[in-house]
Structures are given as structure tokens and as C-alpha cells.
Design a protein around this ligand. Structure first.
Ligand code: NAP
Length: 480
């Protein structure tokens, strides 16, 4: 029997006020992997109070001291990488190797922001008047409430809380209810790193009630959210009531464009990275593949051959490249997109079904799938699929494909494969996306800005850009 795991508020492990619990299961096998205390808005209020009490001393601490806590945490995450990655694989099905990569990414984020904490610079500006001096201060915004999804249950947390803590903010985190165990282990490391009580708090529980508390509590000055566009819009509306700062990392619908002059083998690998990693459950996943008609047949044949080689299974098994989907609802949605496409004339080049035989019987497995003859009326062409399915269509000219790719309410990531230098620049400048991978199917790096335009979000994570999200700019005028 798994022991009850708790929330972390004001430096103590604590049960939910209403004593409810939540069972966490492995989506590959259905087995219970943990049981956690399941709170609500009342617990969020306690956590916000703790964060508010800790803010004064944490924000006034020297940046060098804050940096040391983050540096220690980064080392602890690195030293515990296998344990953390094992938890990620067990609670959301991610292949272990990928989970290790995610955890190392989190360690890199804590290290990056340990350094960034020391580089919060203000400014002096020459005044118009001889008897005045202008000074600009950068100060932490205050208590930050962070809400994260299940698809990167360690690194999404790191990307939010590391820059917030570096800037001098205190935080309350609500992780996804499918993946609380990764967040709990990360907070065990936060405790071990010796952060003062109340600086970082963890609440797990009812999303609506906790979300409402985050929105209505005036002590919260900033909301950082990663998740669906639907919930992002709700939070943005709610944040308007008390004019809270908000940053949103929302859904994507990435186009992947392959020109006739592309290296097709590299394009297959790039597509594989951007589509099948995390079983296609990434916001920057390819969701629409545009291939120049001259090379469509050759590329599709290479892609299908590669997809046939994929090993699907429990993320904890050696050699598995594609794990299960996170839950039954996710699988139903992906299969629904495939069926809708087939009914409207798409052809299945490989896959196209749920895997149910022997070891797959208890999990939420979808066969890696390639669909051709896909058209714009199909759901898969309009909505984020979040699964291991590649829908393919063809194009004939650069102008045509730019217009097709930009015809979306989303604007997170786009990919282009070409060997024409001029075209690389034209495409990078013309695509209405926050991230463009040119001959690169996995562009994310700690130091680079990450975020979307249009309904894919507001604000940026990553590098020095994230620091601005947690800082206020204060103008001080001196009469002398
Ligand atoms: P989701 O349903 O929006 O959930 C994300 C988080 O919001 C979870 O912690 C969830 O809690 C919480 N939540 C749900 N309803 C809420 C409410 N009414 N008020 C406050 N919080 C609420 O998204 P998801 O389906 O889990 O995650 C996948 C989505 O995230 C996809 O659209 C993907 O593209 C997007 N995503 C974006 C990025 C990016 O950087 N742009 C990165 C990763 C994922 P529960 O778990 O308890 O429901």
C-alpha cells in the first residue's frame, strides 16, 4: 500500500483541510503508483498566506544568497535524476530516457536562474533637468501562483518557479492532478535545499476551487499558467478583476513544412522528434505536415518505414520510444480525430488504431499513425490532437504554404525544412509563431525564449526573458 503523500505549506507537509485523497495510476498498466492528499481553495488560501508572510524577507535577501538556494536545488535535482525520472515514467507513461532528459532540463533551469538572480539590473537615465536624477528599479512582483500541466511534470514546474524565486518572488504551485508525485518529490528536494518556510508552497487538489482562490486572493500578484487555451482564457478573464499580472503558455497546432530542396532523411528525424516524443503530447508537437508535392511520395515512404520501427510500450521498459497516452479521455480524443479524418477521406499509411493486445491491454496506447489525403475540413487539421498521429497534405509554392501555415488561431511553434538560405530567412520572418525551428525538430533550450503568439499565449519562459515576467519596473525621480 502506498503511503499518503501530502501538500507542502509553510515548510511543512500537511493534509488537505477536508481530508480528501486522490489515487495516482500508471497509464501504461492501470496500477496504483501513489495516493495523495487532495485539497481545495481553503488549502490554497493557507499556502498564499504562507507565501505572503515569507515574501518580505525573501525579496529583501541578497540576490547572491537566493542564488545559492537555487544552485543547491539544481545539484539535488541532478543527483536525484533517476528517481525523479522513474516517478515521471510511472505516473504519466513517458519513456524513461525522455524523462531523464526532462529532469536534466529542470536541473539546468534551476542552475540558469541561480545565475540570473544576480543579474537583475536597474538603470539610470539622463534627465531633461539639471536638478533631477532618474533611477529605474527592478523589484519582484510579489506572491506568484503557478499552475502546471501533466506533460512535463518536473520541468514545467522548474520553468515557472525558478525565475520567480530568482527574482525574489515567493510561490504557490498547483501541479496537474494526474502527476502530483513528480511535484511532491521536487518539493522534497526544495525542503532539503533549505529554502526558508513559505518561500515555495505546493497545493494539490480541485482545479476550479484552487484556481478561484488564486484569482480572487489579492495577495497573489501574478499568475503563471501552462495548459489548454480554454483554461488560459478563464484565468485571463479572472485575473482582470484585480488586474493581476498573468503569463500563459497555451495550446499549439504546429505546422511542419518540407520543401522540395530539403534533406529528406533529416526531415524524417526532425519530424519524429517533434511528433512522437512524449507520445505526441507536447504543445510544440507537429500537428499539420505540409510537404511539397514533388517529394511527397518519397518522404511519406521514408516516414512510414521509420514509424514501423517504433517500439511502443510501458515507458519504464528499455528501448520504448512511444509510451501510452495520459488517460482514457486523451486516447478517445486522438482516436476520434483519426476516425473523423478517415470518414472524410483520409488514408491510413500506418497505424490508425488503439493497441489492445497482451501487454497493451491495460494501458491507453495508440499506434503511431500516419494519415495522407488530409484536408482542412477534418478535425485533426483544426484542433490540437495531442497524440502520435501525423496528418499529411501537399503544397506547391512558398507563398501558398506560408498562408496555409498562418491560417490558425494558434501560434506557438512551426518547423521548416529546406536547404535554401534565402528561404530560411523568408520563412523565419513570415511565420506567425513564437518559435520557429529551421531544419530543427526540437528547438527548446534553457536559455532561449519559449512562448507563443495569438491564442497560444502571452509572455515568455526561458533565458533572461522569463525574469521580466516576475519583475516590476519602478521609476524613482530624485530632486537634487
Ligand atoms: P489543462 O486542462 O488546461 O490543465 C492544465 C492545468 O490547469 C492543470 O494543473 C489543471 O488541473 C489546471 N486547471 C484545469 N482547470 C482549471 C481551472 N478551471 N482553473 C484553474 N486551473 C485549472 O491542460 P491539459 O490538458 O492538462 O494540458 C495540455 C494542454 O497544455 C495542451 O493544450 C498543451 O498544448 C498545453 N501546453 C502548453 C505548453 C506551452 O508551453 N505553451 C506546454 C505544455 C502544455 P487538473 O490537472 O487538476 O485538471
Amino acid at each position: 500500500m502506498n503511503e499518503l503523500k501530502k501538500m507542502y505549506i509553510h515548510g511543512e507537509w500537511t493534509e488537505a483541510t477536508k481530508s480528501r485523497t486522490l489515487e495516482v495510476t500508471n497509464p501504461a498498466t492501470g496500477e496504483q503508483v501513489g495516493i495523495v492528499s487532495f485539497g481545495d481553495g481553503a488549502d490554497a488560501a493557507r499556502a498564499i498566506q504562507a507565501a505572503d508572510m515569507a515574501f518580505s524577507s525573501w525579496s529583501k535577501m541578497t540576490a547572491a544568497k537566493r542564488s545559492k538556494f537555487l544552485y543547491t536545488l539544481s545539484e539535488l535535482v541532478r543527483n536525484n535524476k533517476k528517481e525523479l525520472a522513474g516517478i515521471v515514467s510511472a505516473e504519466m507513461g513517458k519513456p524513461f530516457g525522455e524523462a531523464l532528459g526532462e529532469v536534466m532540463g529542470a536541473a539546468d533551469n534551476f542552475l540558469w536562474y541561480a545565475e540570473e538572480a544576480k543579474r537583475v539590473y536597474g538603470e539610470t537615465i539622463p534627465s531633461t533637468f539639471p536638478n533631477k536624477r532618474i533611477m529605474v528599479l527592478k523589484q519582484p512582483v510579489g506572491v506568484v501562483a503557478a499552475i502546471t500541466p501533466w506533460n512535463f511534470p518536473v520541468n514545467m514546474v522548474a520553468r515557472k518557479i525558478a525565475p520567480a524565486l530568482a527574482a525574489g518572488c515567493t510561490v504557490v504551485l498547483k501541479p496537474a492532478e494526474s502527476t502530483p508525485l513528480s511535484a511532491i518529490h521536487l518539493f522534497e528536494l526544495i525542503e532539503e535545499a533549505g529554502f526558508p518556510a513559505g518561500v515555495a508552497n505546493l497545493v494539490i487538489g480541485d482545479p476550479e476551487s484552487i484556481g478561484q482562490e488564486f484569482l480572487q486572493n489579492r495577495r497573489v500578484r501574478k499568475i503563471g499558467f501552462t495548459g489548454s487555451t480554454r483554461v488560459g482564457k478563464l484565468l485571463m478573464e479572472g485575473a482582470a478583476q484585480s488586474v493581476k499580472r498573468i503569463s500563459l503558455e497555451l495550446g499549439g497546432h504546429a505546422p511542419f513544412i518540407i520543401f522540395e530542396d530539403a534533406d529528406l532523411d533529416e526531415a524524417v528525424q526532425g519530424l519524429f522528434d517533434s511528433k512522437f516524443r512524449n507520445s505526441g503530447q507536447m504543445c510544440i508537437c507537429t500537428n499539420r505536415l505540409y510537404i511539397h508535392e514533388q517529394v511527397a511520395e518519397a518522404f511519406t515512404a521514408k516516414l512510414v518505414e521509420r514509424v514501423h520501427q517504433v517500439k511502443v510500450g510501458d515507458g519504464r521498459e528499455r528501448g520504448v520510444e512511444v509510451g501510452p497516452l495520459v488517460n482514457e479521455a486523451a486516447l478517445t480524443k486522438v482516436l476520434g480525430h483519426i476516425e473523423d479524418a478517415k470518414a472524410k477521406g483520409a488514408k491510413v499509411a500506418v497505424g490508425g488504431n488503439r493497441l489492445t493486445e497482451s501487454e497493451y491491454a491495460k494501458g491507453f496506447f495508440c499506434a503511431p499513425t500516419v494519415l495522407t489525403n488530409v484536408t482542412t475540413e477534418m478535425k485533426i487539421w483544426q484542433e490540437e490532437t495531442f497524440g502520435p498521429v501525423v496528418p499529411i497534405t501537399t503544397f506547391t509554392s512558398e507563398d501558398e504554404v506560408i498562408s496555409l501555415a498562418n491560417n490558425s488561431q494558434y501560434g506557438l511553434a512551426a518547423y521548416v525544412y529546406t536547404q535554401n538560405n534565402g528561404r530560411c530567412f523568408r520563412m523565419a520572418e513570415s511565420l506567425e509563431y513564437g518559435i520557429v525551428g529551421i531544419n530543427d525538430g526540437s528547438p527548446t533550450q534553457t536559455q532561449a525564449p519559449f512562448g507563443g503568439v495569438k491564442e497560444s499565449g502571452i509572455g515568455r519562459e526561458g533565458g533572461h526573458y522569463a525574469m521580466e515576467e516576475f519583475l516590476e519596473t519602478k521609476f524613482v525621480s530624485f530632486g537634487i
